[in-house]
Design a protein around this ligand. Structure first.
Ligand SMILES: Nc1nc2c(ncn2[C@H]2C[C@H](O)[C@@H](COP(=O)(O)OP(=O)(O)OP(=O)(O)O)O2)c(=O)[nH]1
Length: 177
């Protein structure tokens, strides 16, 4: 968002993030992005509000943020040597009832690496706060064999989708300051 040059503030939505356990990952992130955006919009009805949520899907498993190093190890053992999808939903709410939303999917394939290398990656601490326990812009890129889709999506906010929603809502992204 800094790169876009748009003035913005961040605000924790403070919502309950529980969703039905059997909800597919792409529907879960969509539901949470809308729930977050609506919670902030209630406090700032005249503002434009962008809500987002992200989950990792690998096979039948849906991964959120690991609670500790052991959970991060389990997540990475599931991801290494296979292909997974990062789903990020964004929801843009604005005055006059504007509501647009989308889900961006990025497919990533990781190299299979030996347990010792996995432990060294865990030592970096990049697993903290990230669904899937890796940061593709950091040392995690050494695990990455292939990426299909929007790379910014992997870093939490899919900028191709964000720019499209903002333009569709009529934002002038090169407005004179
Ligand atoms: N690779 C990478 N991922 C990031 C970065 N910042 C955030 N993410 C990822 C981590 C999470 O999977 C997702 C959401 O990040 P945050 O926890 O900052 O957002 P939010 O407060 O919406 O999370 P919440 O749903 O409330 O737990 O984006 C970053 O700098 N690098």
């Amino acid at each position: 968002m800094d790169g876009l040059g748009l003035p913005y503030r961040t605000e924790a939505p403070g919502v309950d993030e529980h969703v039905p356990a059997d909800l597919p990952a792409d529907e879960a992130v969509r539901m949470l992005a809308v729930r977050k955006a609506r919670a902030v919009q209630e406090r700032h009805p005249e503002a434009w509000v962008l809500g987002a949520d992200q989950l990792v899907e690998v096979g039948q498993d849906v991964l959120g943020k690991p609670r500790d190093r052991d959970a991060a190890r389990t997540q990475l053992q599931r991801l290494l040597g296979s292909t997974h999808v990062i789903h990020t939903a964004v929801c843009l709410l604005g005055p006059g009832g504007h509501h647009s939303e989308t889900v961006e999917d990025t497919r990533l394939t990781f190299f299979p690496v030996p347990p010792e290398e996995l432990e060294r990656y865990l030592d970096t601490g990049e697993w903290e706060g990230c669904a899937g326990s890796y940061r593709v812009e950091g040392r995690g890129q050494a695990l990455l064999q292939k990426l299909e889709g929007d790379r910014t999506n992997v870093q939490g906010l899919p900028m191709l989708s964000v720019v499209r929603l903002l333009r569709q809502a009529g934002f002038d992204l090169f407005a004179r300051p």
